[in-house]
Design a protein around this ligand. Structure first.
Ligand code: ADP
Ligand code: RBF
Ligand code: MG
Length: 215
């Protein structure tokens, strides 16, 4: 397994996502296989694999991908608009609020949608030998509560690796934690960071407006 842990932490060049990325996907968070991913520290928000809504998925290579997820959490969720309510985890040097919330009357709605970095798996989970293809997203954020039934959008920006079988659950978890690190580091570059809407206040040059648009 050591060789796997030594794979590169930064994928693709600094200029930003390359065709065919970004790939879009959206859906409502559903229950997954209930295998206790949460207990392993890697909860995954499962989305329906709907080839009518997401035509590219039929021919997409199975494997691990990285990019951004956006969520429209209900007002009752503890992480709802955490940034606007003074999230204690937000850096003190967070950039000023976008124009839309500073130059218009205070009653104007800010986007319902918040953006988070993510890493995901599309495929059959060879370790579990699933017979149906699943899409599951591990959001790189610590949430105070679950968000089943929430609408989620994805912009997938790159491919990390093929899915593998593992000699043990531990080995699978170690590899997924490397995937998380690869996603974090690859997305931290300016051309890979959305201009606005990222939950921790990060701001870059990437056009992530599809993730936060109002319907
Ligand atoms: P399931 O088998 O139902 O998918 P999981 O153990 O994979 O169960 O947990 C997934 C659920 O955990 C998600 O649907 C979501 O509501 C919640 N959750 C909490 N934190 C996260 C996170 N960081 N990433 C993904 N899902 C999370
Ligand atoms: N399952 C596999 O069988 N093989 C894999 O290579 C694999 N890679 C994954 C990578 C990521 C980033 C994520 C979020 C999941 C992956 N899975 C993989 C799915 C995993 O088996 C599933 O989330 C389980 O529920 C974890 O217990
Ligand atoms: Mg899951």
């Amino acid at each position: 397994m050591a060789a796997e842990i030594e794979r590169p932490r930064i994928l693709y060049g600094p200029a930003g996502p390359e065709p065919p990325y970004p790939l879009r996907m959206e859906g409502t968070v559903i229950s997954g296989f209930g295998r206790g991913s949460k207990e392993l520290g890697i909860p995954t928000a499962n989305l329906p694999v709907d080839e009518a809504a997401t035509p590219w998925i039929a021919t997409a290579k199975s494997g691990v991908y990285f990019g951004y997820a956006s969520l429209a959490l209900p007002p009752s969720h503890p992480d709802h608009h955490a940034r606007h309510q003074g999230n204690p985890l937000a850096p003190a040097s967070a950039p000023p609020a976008p124009l839309s919330s500073s130059s218009v009357p205070p009653t104007a709605p800010t986007s319902q949608w918040q953006i988070y970095p993510m890493v995901m798996s599309i495929g059959y989970n060879p370790f579990y030998k699933n017979s149906v293809r699943s899409a599951e997203v591990h959001v790189l954020h610590k949430f105070a509560a679950d968000f089943y039934d929430a609408p989620m959008r994805l912009l997938i920006l790159g491919f990390v690796r093929e899915e593998r079988d593992y000699p043990s659950l531990d080995a699978l978890v170690v590899d997924i934690n490397v995937d998380c690190e690869v996603a974090r580091q690859s997305l931290a570059r300016p051309a890979w960071t959305p201009r606005q809407g990222v939950v921790d206040g990060a701001s870059g040059e990437f056009d992530g407006s599809w993730l936060v648009r109002e319907e």
